[in-house]
Ligand binder design. Structure first.
Ligand code: TXA
Ligand code: MG
Length: 314
């Protein structure tokens, strides 16, 4: 593992590693990604090995700009609307692969669909712009464990792997994985994973159809248990025990040693940005158990509730 501060030289170094088929953990505005050349199956396989990720769980492919994906996936009317409004940004769209798509089939495990994303983080964009291929990139953590929102989380999560980590102080200011939508229909979309781009924001520009269970299964990574700390975790707790680390929101936050506020000012944006950072913090604290206060189920609160529900599954 090699950690490099972001600079022109380190971008050139990462370009070399990626071009040779190696792995680079790169910052985005959501969580850190573990990147490999999406056109090179041998490189993509290394991601699955490093993360111990099951091969059936497909990967998002990251581009410098939306137009860069036009040869690899079939563009729909809804994809264009979404791109115009939310790209670059924390939105991932699922489209059909083109017949002559250069993306390795390992990225989508032989599915006919492919997830694509254009991150807005400056370092990510600089790196992607320097390459002649897009980057396959799941979150840069061991499968099912907590998502990484800083380079130090990546170092802890994948310590023994042969990867280069790009350190970026401005990384992961949103702190939650991108919203994933199925945009294969021209006139409407399905939300497959809630994230920083809320349903309300999507509804302002496009019709969002209700996602039923069979649609959710389209996204093989939506397992019940996911995003888990090592310690047992309870959610929707109004009165925590003294020996629990209490991750709290708004008025549930008291000036007590075991209280870890996500946002004292009732800001769901702030809570989203702090969620994984705080989970990492309490997982490393002396407390043996974790409790989380109720968090409003609206806007980004839907994404937060989705993550903590799956973190609480045994
Ligand atoms: O913010 C993010 O999305 C981060 C950064 C690095 O871009 N990436 C990320 O990747 O969270 P990952 O692999 O941890 O989560 C991607 C999710 C998985 O649940 C996966 O199952 C789903 O997207 N997905 C990927 N390709 C898909 C496809 N073709 N059809 C349905 N779901 C797909
Ligand atoms: Mg992940």
């Amino acid at each position: 593992m090699k950690v490099l501060k972001t600079s022109n030289e380190s971008i050139i170094y990462c370009k070399k590693i990626l071009t040779q088929g190696g792995l680079v953990a790169f910052p985005t505005e959501t969580v850190y990604g573990l990147g490999a050349n999406a056109y090179d199956g041998n490189a993509v396989i290394k991601i699955f090995k490093a993360k111990q990720r099951p091969l059936f769980n497909p990967l998002i492919v990251h581009y410098a700009g939306f137009e860069d994906c036009f040869n690899d996936v079939k563009i729909t009317k809804s994809a264009k609307i979404l791109a115009k409004n939310f790209m670059p940004g924390a939105l991932t769209i699922i489209l059909e692969r083109t017949d002559d798509s250069k993306i390795s089939e390992i990225c989508s495990n032989g599915l006919s669909s492919q997830a694509i994303r254009v991150p807005s983080n400056k370092t990510a964009n600089k790196l992607l712009s320097s390459l002649s291929f897009p980057l396959a990139g799941p979150s840069a953590n061991t499968s099912n464990m907590l998502s990484p929102t800083s380079h130090s989380h990546v170092v802890k999560s994948l310590a023994n792997e042969n990867i280069t980590v790009l350190e970026d102080e401005n990384a992961c200011n949103l702190g939650l994985e991108s919203t994933v939508v199925d945009a294969r229909n021209n006139d409407f979309i399905y939300i497959l994973r809630h994230g920083p781009i809320s349903k309300e924001a999507l509804l302002r520009v496009i019709d969002v159809k209700e996602t039923n269970e069979s649609k959710k299964n389209l996204s093989p990574g939506m397992q019940k248990k996911h995003y888990s700390p090592k310690k047992p975790l309870r959610i929707n707790i109004e009165s925590p025990q003294e020996d629990e680390a209490y991750i709290c929101f708004g008025t549930y936050c008291k000036n007590k040693e075991n209280h870890f506020p996500l946002s004292k000012i009732n800001s769901l944006d702030e809570a989203g940005a702090n969620l994984f950072k705080t989970l990492w913090q309490v997982d490393e604290s002396p407390y043996k158990k974790i409790a989380i206060s109720p968090i409003p189920k609206k806007g980004i609160g839907l994404a937060i509730n989705d993550r903590i529900l799956r973190a609480s599954e045994k």
